[in-house]
Ligand binder design. Structure first.
Ligand code: HOZ
Length: 430
């Protein structure tokens, strides 16, 4: 496989950007080698600058649920662009997208659009603190809620990949207000509440973790967290940046029957344009400025092109579309498990809907500690062999792979064939 042009660009990029990238996981540090520079994408495929074509399971880290360059999304965005790309004033497309969100998730009684998932989660934390008058928050080890100061404590995703779970630059005075517990461990959370219950403003979690690889919530865990929040007067914040509009029309909350106080969104809600949102209980959201005193603002918030992209994509995500995603994802998961068994490589395949991770471990992976215990060298060998054979997976053991409605049976067959070779390569690594 030719990679000369990617290598040349990466040399230039290293001189221009820290680590050659504008977001850390892209740099391939978790797997070694040179990141591919992407020239273009369409449907379920991306093509790099050297002309290599891959079936894409990164999908811009989740947003491209209807595939790249979907004609409906392009049409709505182009229509919006012709009318002006940003006004810094209210515009009708905000209403169209918000109505669609609330129709699918009635528990999002009021919302605010922002420009990224990080902005959504940091704003939700401020709102929870402002609403409750408390300073502490609880997050789970390995959950990643974007790169905001209060949430960069025992975080997953790139911070886990790079071994920087507690980033320098986050003041100790900020970090001390972030309490943590292991994911899927209600007893541990109970102890945190027993010790600090009256100072906890909120618990935030990924309902299905995507940022430590996929971790599946144990039956009763999510409901148990909510019950503890209620008991102690803390808000329950469900971070649906990855899962929102992906796991079902109602996101993970729809799938698991959760009715949280606040929800955060990113990724799919913008279908590849920069959008995030937070919302939830009307009485909580009415404390946000200018309705209330808790300040939050953004020049590009509610950007018309981003609203158009999200609106077009959500409309395409019908029940039939979710069924198709489920069928394809199940076929891929089954194929991967069979290929690993053939190569005699012990793996755990964690999947919820169209999010999945192959963990190189012979034990169940259900929290950050069990994810960290996986064989990341094997993952690296697997990743590179998959890339070589035309499947573009996230370049870290601690990320989720995603499918889109543009993926086909043929893509899945091609990927499973690649996996047969890739697991054999992984088997050679101790
Ligand atoms: N936060 C993303 C993964 N969980 C990575 C974003 C990127 O590198 O583009």
């Amino acid at each position: 496989m030719k990679t000369e042009l990617s290598q040349k660009l990466f040399e230039k990029a290293n001189d221009l950007f820290p680590g050659g990238v504008n977001s850390p996981v892209r740099a391939f540090k978790g797997v070694g080698g040179t990141p591919r520079f992407i020239a273009r994408a369409r449907g379920s495929h991306i093509v790099d600058v050297d002309g290599n074509d891959y079936v894409d399971y990164v999908l811009s880290w989740g947003p491209m649920i209807v595939g790249h360059c979907h004609p409906e999304v392009m049409r709505e965005v182009q229509d919006a662009m012709k009318e002006g790309s940003s006004f810094g004033a209210p515009s009708p497309r905000e209403i169209l997208l918000a109505e669609l969100v609330r129709e699918r998730m009635p528990w999002v009684e009021k919302m605010r659009f922002v420009s990224s998932g990080t902005e959504a989660t940091t704003s939700a934390i401020r709102v929870a603190r402002g609403f409750t008058g408390r300073d502490d928050i609880v997050k789970f080890d390995g959950c990643y809620h974007g790169a905001g100061d209060p949430l960069l404590v025992k975080a997953g995703s790139g911070v886990e990949t790079l071994g920087l779970p507690d980033s320098p630059g986050v003041p100790a005075d900020v970090a001390r207000h972030t309490l943590t517990a292991p994911y899927n461990d209600l007893g541990a959370l109970e102890k945190v509440f027993e010790a600090k219950g009256s100072s906890i403003a909120a618990v935030i979690l990924e309902p299905v973790v995507g940022n430590m690889g996929v971790l599946v919530p144990r039956p009763g865990f999510l409901e148990g967290v909510h019950a503890l929040c209620r008991k102690h007067g803390a808000l329950f914040i469900v971070d649906e940046v990855m899962t929102g509009f992906r796991l079902s029309a109602g996101g993970a909350c729809g799938l698991y029957g959760l009715r949280p106080d606040l929800v955060t969104f990113g990724k799919v809600i913008g279908a590849g344009l920069p959008v995030g949102a937070f919302g939830g209980r009307r009485d909580v959201m009415d404390r946000v400025a200018p309705a209330g005193p808790i300040y939050q603002a953004g020049t590009l918030s509610g950007n018309p092109m981003a609203m158009a992209a999200g609106h077009a994509a959500l409309k395409l995500m019908t029940e039939a579309a979710y069924r198709k995603l489920e069928t394809l994802s199940a076929a891929l998961a089954d194929g991967l498990v069979a290929a690993a068994a053939e190569a005699k490589v012990p793996v755990q395949l964690n999947r919820v809907g169209s999010m999945l991770t192959v963990f190189f471990s012979d034990r169940p992976v259900f929290d950050a500690a069990s994810a960290r215990a996986c064989n990341t060298r094997r993952f690296g060998a697997f990743f590179h062999a998959m890339l070589e054979h035309g499947a573009y997976l996230p370049p870290s053991q601690f990320e989720a792979a995603f499918l889109s409605t543009a993926h086909t049976d043929d893509d899945v067959a091609r990927t499973v064939a690649a996996a047969r070779v890739a697991f054999a390569e992984a088997a050679k690594v101790a």
